[in-house]
Design a protein around this ligand. Structure first.
Ligand SMILES: [Mn+2]
Length: 321
C-alpha cells in the first residue's frame, strides 16, 4: 500500500509546476531534516519549489543544507501559486501553520502528507502515514529508495539528523533494525555522524542542564503503578533562566530510569496550561491510551497532552488545580 503511495507522490512531484514543502512550527531535527531533504530532492529533479515553516530553524541546525531557504513569513508565501503542497512531520493540520490555506485550497492544489505521527485529522489528498517509523526522515528514505531517486551527501546529512534527533541518538524504542541500517547507509553516502551528533544533540547550555537537574530532582515513583512522575513549574524555569527549547529530549532521558513502567513529565506553561509528556520503554504498554484519555495523543511509547491548570505542591506530591 505504501509502495503505491510512494510512487504516486513521486509522480506528483515530477509533474508539479510549483511545489510547497511545509513542516511544523518549533521545528525539531526531524522537521528540518525532512523538509531540507525534500528541498534537495526537488532541486536535483530541477523543480520549482518553496519551503515553509512558521518558525525559523534553531541555530543548532544551521549546518543542515538548504535550511537557509526555509521561508517563515506566511505573507510572502503566495500560497495560491502552488499546485502541490507536501506537509512533513506535522502530526495535525494545525501544526502545518497553514491550516486556513490548506482547508480553503483551490481545486488544482493537491496536498500530500508524509508523517510518522498517529493520525489526528484528515486533510490531505494523499496520505503517507507510517507510525512504525522512527522519524519522518526514515519514511523519506523509503520513499526515495522506492522511486530509485538519487541520494547525495546533502540528503544523507538531512536524513541522519532526523533519525538521530527523533530517536535520541538511537535510545528510544522507536529505533528499529531498519533505522540503524538506514543511519549507517547515510554514513556511506558521506553523512558525518559525529558532527551531526555534536551539533544537534550536544547543545545543552548551563541553564538548560540545571533545568534538567530540577526535573531529575523532582522525580518520584508511584509504587502502586510503578510509574515515575516529575514536574517543572514556572518558577523552576525562571530560577534556571532557561528557555523552553532546552527541554528537548528530557522526557526521553528520564525514561531511562530502571524498572519503571513509564514516565510522566508535567510542565507548567506560560499560558496557564500544563503540558504532559508520557514515555514508556515497556513492550506491552501503549502509553498513548493514557494520553488520549487526557485529551492528547501520540505514539505508543511517546505521547503527550495539554490541560488547563496550575501545579500545586502537596504533602505527598503534586496536584493540578
Ligand atoms: Mn518526527
Amino acid at each position: 500500500m505504501n509502495k503505491e503511495r510512494f510512487l504516486a507522490c513521486f509522480e506528483k512531484i515530477k509533474t508539479a509546476d510549483n511545489i510547497l514543502f511545509a513542516t511544523h512550527h518549533n521545528p525539531d531535527g526531524d522537521a528540518v531534516g525532512s523538509i531540507c531533504a525534500m528541498m534537495e530532492l526537488a532541486k536535483n529533479l530541477g523543480k520549482n519549489y518553496s519551503a515553509f515553516c512558521a518558525d525559523k530553524p534553531p541555530a543548532q541546525f544551521a549546518y543542515i543544507p538548504n535550511q537557509e531557504n526555509i521561508n517563515s513569513d506566511r505573507e510572502q508565501l503566495n500560497f495560491g501559486k502552488f499546485d502541490l503542497i507536501i506537509a512533513l512531520d506535522c502530526g495535525s493540520l494545525q501544526r502545518t501553520g497553514l491550516a486556513m490555506e490548506i482547508k480553503n485550497r483551490g481545486k488544482k492544489q493537491f496536498v500530500v502528507e508524509i508523517d510518522h505521527h498517529p493520525k489526528a485529522d484528515d486533510y490531505s489528498d494523499l496520505e503517507i502515514r507510517m507510525p512504525e517509523c522512527s522519524s519522518t526522515c526514515e519514511i523519506i528514505y523509503l520513499f526515495i529508495k522506492e522511486n530509485k531517486a538519487k541520494i547525495n551527501k546533502n540528503i544523507a546529512d538531512c536524513l541522519l539528523t532526523g533519525i538521530i534527533t527523533d530517536t535520541g541518538n538511537f535510545l528510544y524504542p522507536s529505533t528499529s533494525e531498519r533505522t540503524v541500517k538506514i543511519a549507517s547507509e547515510m554514513m556511506l553516502y558521506g553523512a558525518q555522524y559525529p558532527r551531526i551528533f555534536e551539533m544537534s544533540m550536544r547543545n545543552k547550555s548551563l541553564p538548560g542542564m540545571k533545568l534538567w537537574g530540577k526535573a531529575i530532582n523532582n522525580l518520584k515513583i508511584n509504587t502502586e503503578y510503578n510509574f515515575a512522575c516529575t514536574v517543572l513549574s514556572k518558577e523552576d524555569l525562571l530560577e534556571c533562566s532557561a528557555d523552553d527549547s532546552e527541554l528537548e529530549g528530557v522526557s526521553g532521558f528520564l525514561s531511562n530510569l530502571e524498572g519503571v513502567n513509564g514516565l510522566l513529565l508535567l510542565r507548567e506553561m506560560e499560558d496557564g496550561t500544563i503540558k504532559g509528556s508520557l514515555r514508556s520503554n515497556k513492550e506491552k504498554i501503549d502509553i498513548s491510551k493514557l494520553a488520549m484519555f487526557l485529551g492528547g495523543g501520540g505514539h505508543k511509547k511517546a505521547s503527550g497532552f495539554k490541560i488547563e491548570g496550575e501545579l500545586k505542591r502537596t504533602n505527598t506530591g503534586w496536584e493540578i488545580i
